[in-house]
Design a protein around this ligand. Structure first.
Ligand code: PMP
Length: 396
């Protein structure tokens, strides 16, 4: 008797694995300077402080127990206080929800806010983790471009004027992944106004806001409207393995997410949530720690951008890297970055071609470089290797 293989769901049709994740497998060789990954530097993760907090958490056996689906109460309290300061209003506990990284917030929100075929507007180039979620939810996806001031809110207004009715607009407002830019204060207000006038949700996805180098980012979009759901995360300032993300959203949204989270994983880890609460509540330690991360990343960003400008001159336009983890580079001389990549890998450097972040097509002359995990001198060497690879591409 032949074995009949049961089918997988139709939701998987057309979904692809992230090109970046596939690429990282190829470029994990130790001789390659990796500017492709999007990882925070583990040397800067506060291992000893985490160990202390873990020990103190484990002194209480109840930390090994299940916890509330919305998150361990004391962590939600710390987050409510931090978010109240950030948003300039008192955020009630009912509006704070802890998720397994902010990625889980995206995925649960897609289920809570979207019916199949609903319109989601994303930025182009996009955070691919969000694109994957919205695609899996069966959304219709339309993109608006970014410029140096973040999302082109005027392009969004044009789409609305043409009759498009989004359920959700997704924005990475601070130090965009992959584009490096930050949404200007004026556009934040405009975006919030549009959300209220046309009745759509904005998901303000903000894992990088605290990683500013010279000056803090403008007030969150969520300051201006209750239609804005704000996501943030401990991944980039503490450690991704804590899997501590959070959401500030109206009560009805949090209750919807709660129902779905029960189905997904019952609850998060009381242990890592206690560790996160301990670290976030220790304000004087935290501000010293985050200052150190900012200082190191700022120095690395400057080294990378400086080397790019020195070595490539006007053959590239790159972002200033005012914060976050990424520099976005546009070649002005017609270089095709997907074709450049294998040569760059031969020369010992890896990056992600811009096309990996395109919503449909484009960014063939662009690339994303991550500066977090290499020292300044290594980044300068990476640019040297890149320049040699690019010179070879022009000759051949
Ligand atoms: N949003 C954006 C824009 C990101 O870049 C990332 C991580 N790369 C996430 C959300 C998810 O991060 P986490 O789940 O670790 O909080």
């Amino acid at each position: 008797m032949s074995t009949l293989t049961p089918p997988l769901s139709q939701r998987l049709d057309g979904l692809r694995s992230s090109a970046i994740r596939d690429l990282l497998k190829l470029t994990a060789r130790p001789d390659i300077i990796g500017l492709a990954g999007g990882l925070p530097d583990e040397e800067l993760m506060p291992r000893d402080r985490i160990a202390l907090a873990a020990e103190s958490a484990l002194a209480d056996r109840s930390r090994l127990q299940y916890t509330e689906s919305a998150g361990w109460g004391p962590l939600r309290e710390v987050l409510a206080a931090r978010e109240s300061a950030r948003l300039g209003r008192t955020v009630p506990l009912a509006e704070v929800f802890v998720t397994h990284g902010s990625q889980q917030a995206l995925s649960l929100l897609a289920e809570v806010l979207l019916d199949p075929g609903a319109l989601v507007i994303v930025e182009d180039p996009a955070y691919v983790g969000a694109l994957q979620v919205f695609r899996a939810a069966g959304a219709r996806i339309v993109a608006v471009p970014l410029d140096t001031e973040g999302m082109r809110v005027d392009a969004l207004a044009d789409l609305l004027a043409a009759g498009e009715r989004p359920a959700v607009v997704h924005t990475v407002s601070n130090f965009h992944n992959p584009r490096g830019v930050t949404l200007s204060a004026a556009r934040r207000r405009e975006l919030a106004n549009l959300a209220e006038r046309h009745g759509f949700w904005v998901i303000e996805d903000d894992p990088y806001g605290e990683l500013w180098f010279d000056r803090p980012a403008p007030a969150p979009v969520a300051t201006y409207s209750p239609n804005v759901i704000r996501l943030s995360s401990a991944s980039k300032i503490l450690a991704p393995s804590l899997r501590a993300g959070w959401m500030v959203a109206p009560d009805a949204v949090c209750r919807g997410v709660e129902l779905l989270k029960q189905g997904a994983d019952l609850c998060g880890s009381a242990l890592t949530q206690q560790i996160t609460a301990d670290l976030l509540a220790d304000e004087s330690w935290l501000s010293g720690h985050v200052d150190k991360v900012r200082g190191m990343y700022g120095e690395r960003a400057q080294a990378l951008v400086g080397a790019l400008r020195e070595r490539f001159g006007d053959r590239v336009v790159s972002t200033d890297a005012a914060g976050g983890m990424f520099v976005w580079v546009d070649f002005t001389d017609g270089t095709d970055t997907a074709a450049l990549l294998p040569r760059a890998v031969d020369h010992g450097v890896a990056f992600v071609p811009g096309s990996a972040f395109a919503v449909s097509d484009g960014y063939r002359g662009s690339m994303r470089l991550c500066f977090t995990t290499s020292e300044a001198a290594t980044l300068r060497e990476a640019v040297e290797r890149l320049a040699r690879a690019a010179a070879q591409s022009t000759q051949s």
